[in-house]
Design a protein around this ligand. Structure first.
Ligand code: ADP
Ligand code: ZN
Ligand code: ZN
Length: 749
């Protein structure tokens, strides 16, 4: 061991609260390049580590051998093993370094989110055994598949060529619309800016994605592409389509999936395949943005506005924003697609305006906007009808929630063999049980929330802590037998519509009603089966939560109804209107997707506020007008994207303790004697700390939660302040708190 003289810096993929230093030193017999995966001892354990250098200013030179040779190395523990896997690239390490600094995390925490769990768990022996097996399997399948020497890259084998001609035939069945052709020409232009593909629902964005992926992969035999989607199990169709098309052209195994629903073994296999360059296309959810892809040339973020791209725990990164950053490092193209872009993205893609306008004007035009306004075959957008619920007699409402005119419209669809979709964002039968004699409500004992009444299995369920209890026969407080429900959920909506249709259509030819929500979809393959039955036409009326409004290419839906969209109109969160608009517009987008039925396609909104501007913009399918009004409002109030936010959250046994921690953290900032950065007017003049308050959901599973907003008109000032704050916060010892975490660019406040 006397020649283990090389000092190797290593980060460990561990959570932030593990209280280890960010970078640890070990010794080894030779220098190791940045990004090498190693196993290192830590106490009694052996852990996975990543060879690292100071995150600031990683350069290509860091790839070269580390030449630090120190006599002090002898005091260090030796590296236990070097994994037989190619080192991660410099570009990938830069992505980790950037994400860690932007989201105020240790590099190791980002690395942990990026690497498949099994890579951490297998020891060096198990890992090498697995790699050897994998290697043999690959050699065998290559030998089986390709006896002829591949001269012009692996895709020139006879098999691949045969596939390709099949493919050309298959592809020629879909003739691109002239708009799709124009858009693809735009995407092919050499312009390194991120692209916003602003395409109407049903405009054929998926086909554009496919063609763009095909073009990029064909342009270079090593090129890789990454396609991100919000939730993969919601769109099994999409997965199948990408797999069929890309594998037909680029060979079996050229497409891999990456999402949290896969088994650890599957995730490791996908990761290795992408890392080795074997996989040409990775299709995944937000975590896939951190995948190792050494030849990344194209990234597509489908439905870029979707909140699921922002991780809600751990490092709390935004996969969309990291994709934009990553494109810069890798020299890859990035396409953000949506019919209802996030306000931030829309702002970034705004056509440059005259300098007198908008504070944000300097930034406008950072993204290139490419429009796809027309539906395939020029199918019409559904007609949006506002049903004024103020004019409805309460007694006439079916099951208390469906207006008679809406029922009639549904019945017409059934007679014509078309489908309807009823959308209500509340699962269960009723959100709360209550006693008419006293004040009792079915509150969850552990959360600041009601337990929801589920009638099908007669249970009360808390949707926050998952507590399940039986339905009481009488009021637990006063013994009253008359306890009733308040409000309506999808179970009740389903029940009402089934009863009404049975009554009206009568006996034998009753309508087929299907409910899809998190409850109905529980169990492996259930959701896929349910969606398939809708596609197959085995369903007349689909009742569901927002699960059914996203992305699906339902062909025979001609009526979409939002049963109670008002509840989100006056929510406190400044992003609530944006979310509601996009939800309703996406829901509307499920109607009339086939030109054969698009003329009778309608979206109905049952509302008490029929003159609300949000609904008016929806009626005109006018996202730009809506976005503009939102931008004006936010500019007036100095809200994002005109300011930058971070949220400090704290969890503790009591609300007082949680808030005390935050107050303490704030006091620390304001005492210039302790917190030097605050003396810098470039920071203190631009950053505001708001008072600590309870979180909107104050208590979950008996944990009290509080938050404190930190806001700045300058992103740089905010970043500097947060970075300087971190070391102090880590030192801060306040009794009786469970944990704290910083959320940069929070999605809800
Ligand atoms: P979006 O994602 O923009 O809402 P999709 O990509 O789901 O729209 O496309 C809508 C429908 O149009 C799909 O059924 C798709 O197969 C079909 N489609 C797309 N492009 C074409 C085309 N060029 N010719 C015929 N049908 C097409
Ligand atoms: Zn009572
Ligand atoms: Zn609860």
């Amino acid at each position: 061991v006397t020649d283990s003289r090389f000092v190797i810096q290593v980060v460990l993929p561990t959570p932030a609260h593990s209280r280890l230093p960010e970078v640890l030193s070990y010794r080894h017999t030779q220098a190791l390049p940045l990004g090498t995966l190693v196993r290192v001892p830590l106490g009694a354990r052996e852990l996975l580590g990543l060879v690292w250098r100071a995150p600031a200013g990683i350069t290509a030179a860091d790839c070269d051998a580390d030449s630090d040779v120190a006599s002090a190395a002898l005091d260090l523990k030796p590296i236990a093993a070097v994994l037989d896997v190619a080192p991660l690239t410099v570009a990938w390490c830069k992505l980790m370094a950037f994400a860690a600094s932007y989201y105020q995390r240790y590099v190791g925490e980002l690395v942990m989110a990026a690497l498949p769990p099994q890579l951490r768990e297998l020891d060096a022996v198990q890992m090498n055994r697995m790699l050897t097996k994998r290697h043999k399997k690959r050699q065998k399948s290559e030998a089986d598949a390709a006896p002829a020497p591949a001269t012009a890259g692996s895709d020139a084998t006879p098999r691949a060529l045969a596939h390709r001609s099949e493919q050309t035939q298959a592809a020629s069945l879909v003739r691109l619309s002239s708009e799709q052709t124009l858009v693809l020409a735009e995407l092919a232009k050499p312009d390194s800016r991120p692209i916003l593909l602003f395409g109407a629902t049903g405009s054929g964005k998926t086909e554009v994605y496919l063609r763009r992926v095909e073009a990029v992969l064909a342009s270079n035999s090593a090129a890789q592409a990454l396609v991100l989607v919000p939730e993969i199990n919601l769109t099994p169709q999409l997965e199948a389509r990408f797999q069929a098309r890309i594998e037909a052209q680029f060979g079996a195994g050229s497409v891999v999936l990456m999402h949290s629903g896969m088994t650890p073994a599957q995730r490791l296999a996908s990761w290795l395949s992408a890392h080795s360059g074997e996989a040409r296309l990775v299709l995944g959810t937000r975590l896939a943005v951190l995948a190792s892809m050494p030849h990344l040339a194209l990234m597509i973020v489908d439905e870029e506005h979707d909140p699921s791209y922002k991780s809600q725990d751990g490092s709390r990164y935004s996969a969309r924003d990291l994709a934009v950053y990553r494109a810069g490092v890798d020299g890859a193209q990035v396409i953000l697609g949506s019919a209802t872009p996030s306000i931030e993205t829309w702002h970034n893609a705004a056509v440059p305006v005259s300098s007198a306008e908008a504070i944000g004007a300097a930034k406008s035009g950072r993204y290139r906007r490419v429009d796809m306004p027309t539906r395939i075959s020029s199918a019409a957008m559904p007609k949006v009808r506002l049903l004024d619920m103020r004019l409805q007699k309460k007694a006439s409402l079916l099951g208390g929630s469906i207006a008679p005119a809406l029922l009639e419209a549904i019945e017409q669809r059934i007679v014509r063999g078309e489908q309807s979709l009823l959308f209500l964002n509340r699962r269960g039968y009723a959100p709360v049980l209550h006693c008419s004699a006293c004040e009792w409500k079915s509150d969850c004992p552990h959360c600041s929330a009601h337990q929801v009444f589920h009638k099908l299995d007669r249970r009360l369920r808390c949707h926050h802590c998952s507590l399940v209890s039986p339905v009481p026969r009488q009021c637990p407080l006063c013994g009253n037998l008359d306890i009733g429900t308040q409000g309506r959920g999808t179970e009740q909506l389903e029940e009402s519509i089934v009863q009404a249709l049975e009554r009206n259509l009568g006996g034998a030819n009753t309508a087929r009603v299907l409910r899809i929500d998190a409850d109905s979809a529980k169990g492996k393959g259930r959701l896929e089966a349910q969606l398939a039955s809708v596609h197959a036409g085995d369903v007349d009326v689909l009742v569901g939560t927002q699960m059914v409004t996203k992305g699906h290419d339902f062909r025979r839906i001609t009526l979409v109804a939002a049963i109670n969209p008002d509840s989100a109109l006056f929510a406190a969160d400044f992003r609530a209107p944006e979310r509601l608009f996009s939800l309703l517009m996406q829901a509307a987008g499920r109607a009339g997707r086939d030109v054969a039925v698009s003329a009778q396609a309608e979206m109905w909104l049952q509302t008490h506020h029929p003159t609300h501007p949000l609904f008016k913009a929806l009626q005109n399918h006018d996202y730009p007008a809506f976005a503009q009004s939102q931008l004006a409002e936010r500019q007036g109030a100095m809200m994002p994207p005109f300011s930058y936010q971070a949220l400090m959250r704290c969890e503790a046994k009591t609300q007082e303790a949680a808030q005390a921690f935050l107050d303490h953290a704030a006091a620390l900032v304001h005492s210039e004697a302790v917190f030097e950065p605050w003396r810098d007017p470039q920071i203190s003049g631009f950053v505001t700390l708001y008072p600590a308050v309870p979180m909107p959901m104050q208590r979950v599973a008996n944990i009290e939660r509080a938050q404190m907003l930190v806001e700045s008109a300058s992103r740089a000032a905010l970043q500097k302040m947060l970075a300087a704050w971190q070391p102090y916060l880590r030192e801060l010892k306040v009794a009786s708190i469970y944990r704290w975490a910083l959320d940069v660019d929070p999605l809800s406040i």
